[in-house]
Design a protein around this ligand. Structure first.
Ligand SMILES: [Zn+2]
Length: 314
C-alpha cells in the first residue's frame, strides 16, 4: 500500500514537472523581429511595386529592395555580386527575357563542405486588366522570411555554409531557380538541402505544409521533432505522385533542385481565395501565423544545420 501511495505521489509530481517543463518549452525566445518581417511584406506588396512582374519597373524595384536589404544587413555575395542576371526565353513569345537573382552567402563555422540553400521568389504577376496583383502571400511573405532568416544567421553563424537567394521569374516557369541551380554558386558546391518558401503567411486554418519528405524521407524526423508554434499546424502531404496539380513536388522553386537530385523541403500553404488574384493583399495575410511560420522554419534550419552530415544515413 505504502509503495503504491508513494508511487502515486511521485507520478503526480512527475506529471506537474512535465507540464511546467512543457510550458517552459513553449515560450521559446523570439529570434525574428516581427515588425521588420511584416514591413518587408507590406512594402513589397504595396501598389508602388505594381505586382513585381519580372523585367518591369515594379520588378526592378523589387530587385533593388531585396538587394538593399541584403546589403544593409551585411550579407556577402555567393559569387562576384549579390545581383546575378540571367536570361531565358519566354514561354509565350519565345523572346529573351532578363531576370535578376539576388544570391547571398554565409560561411559555415564547421569543416563540412555541405551547404544549405534557402530560397524564396520575389517576383509576381504584375498588372492585368487594370488591376494590380500585389502578391503579398505569393511571395512577398517568403521573401521577407528569407531576408530575416539571413539576418539571424549573420548574427548566429551556422555550422554549415548557407546560401540565401531571392529568386526572380518563378511565375514565368521557375526560371530564377533554374538559373541558380545551373550557376557555379550551387553546381560548384556540395549542396545537401534546399529550403524553399512560397506562400507562408495566409491560412485561415493555421496550416503550413512541408513538402519533400516523400522523395526524401530522411528529412522527416527533424520536422516531426520541431517545437510547437502557436496557431501553426505543420502538415505533410500534397506530394503523392500522379495526383496532378495536387502534387507540389515541382510546383515552385524547389522543383529545379529536386530535378538536380538535391533534397528539398518546400514550406507553403494551400491555395486560398487570394491565390493569383488581385486580393492577395497585405491586409489579408495573418500576421501572427506568418511570424510563427517563420520561427518554425528557423527551427527547421537549425535542426538540419545540426544534423546535415548524417541525415541520409539516419
Ligand atoms: Zn509563388
Amino acid at each position: 500500500m505504502q509503495f503504491i501511495r508513494f508511487r502515486r505521489v511521485s507520478l503526480s509530481t512527475l506529471l506537474a514537472a512535465t507540464v511546467l517543463y512543457s510550458v517552459g518549452c513553449m515560450v521559446s525566445p523570439s529570434r525574428i523581429d516581427k515588425a521588420r518581417l511584416l514591413s518587408h511584406v507590406e512594402t513589397l506588396s504595396s501598389d508602388g511595386f505594381a505586382g513585381r512582374r519580372t523585367a518591369t519597373e515594379g520588378g526592378a524595384m523589387a530587385v533593388s529592395y531585396v538587394e538593399n536589404a541584403m546589403q544593409e544587413m551585411g550579407l556577402t555575395s555567393c559569387s562576384e555580386a549579390l545581383r546575378v542576371p540571367f536570361e531565358f526565353s519566354s514561354r509565350r513569345s519565345e523572346e529573351l527575357v532578363s531576370g535578376i537573382n539576388l544570391v547571398g552567402y554565409i560561411a559555415g563555422t564547421g569543416t563540412s563542405p555541405k551547404t544549405i540553400v534557402v530560397t524564396a521568389h520575389f517576383d509576381h504577376l504584375g498588372e492585368r486588366g487594370g488591376e494590380v496583383f500585389n502578391g503579398a502571400d505569393d511571395n512577398a511573405s517568403g521573401t521577407g522570411a528569407m531576408l530575416e532568416l539571413a539576418r539571424y544567421f549573420i548574427a548566429n553563424p551556422p555550422l554549415h555554409s548557407m546560401i540565401f537567394a531571392g529568386l526572380d521569374a518563378e511565375e514565368m516557369g521557375l526560371q530564377g531557380a533554374r538559373a541558380l541551380v545551373a550557376s557555379p554558386c550551387v553546381s560548384g558546391r556540395d549542396v545537401a538541402l534546399n529550403i524553399n518558401m512560397d506562400m507562408i503567411s495566409r491560412s485561415p486554418k493555421g496550416e503550413l505544409y512541408a513538402v519533400g519528405t516523400f522523395p526524401y524521407p530522411f528529412l522527416k524526423p527533424a520536422l516531426e521533432a520541431l517545437p510547437e508554434r502557436d496557431g501553426v499546424t505543420l502538415l505533410f502531404g500534397h506530394e503523392t505522385p500522379g495526383t496532378g496539380s495536387d502534387d507540389w513536388t515541382n510546383s515552385s522553386d524547389h522543383g529545379p533542385f529536386n530535378q538536380a537530385g538535391i533534397p528539398f523541403i518546400y514550406f507553403g500553404v494551400e491555395d486560398h481565395p487570394g491565390y493569383h488574384n488581385p486580393t492577395d493583399d497585405f491586409a489579408e495575410i495573418t500576421p501572427e501565423f506568418y511570424y510563427e511560420t517563420t520561427e518554425l522554419i528557423l527551427d527547421a534550419l537549425l535542426a538540419y544545420d545540426a544534423t546535415l552530415d548524417t541525415l541520409r544515413s539516419e
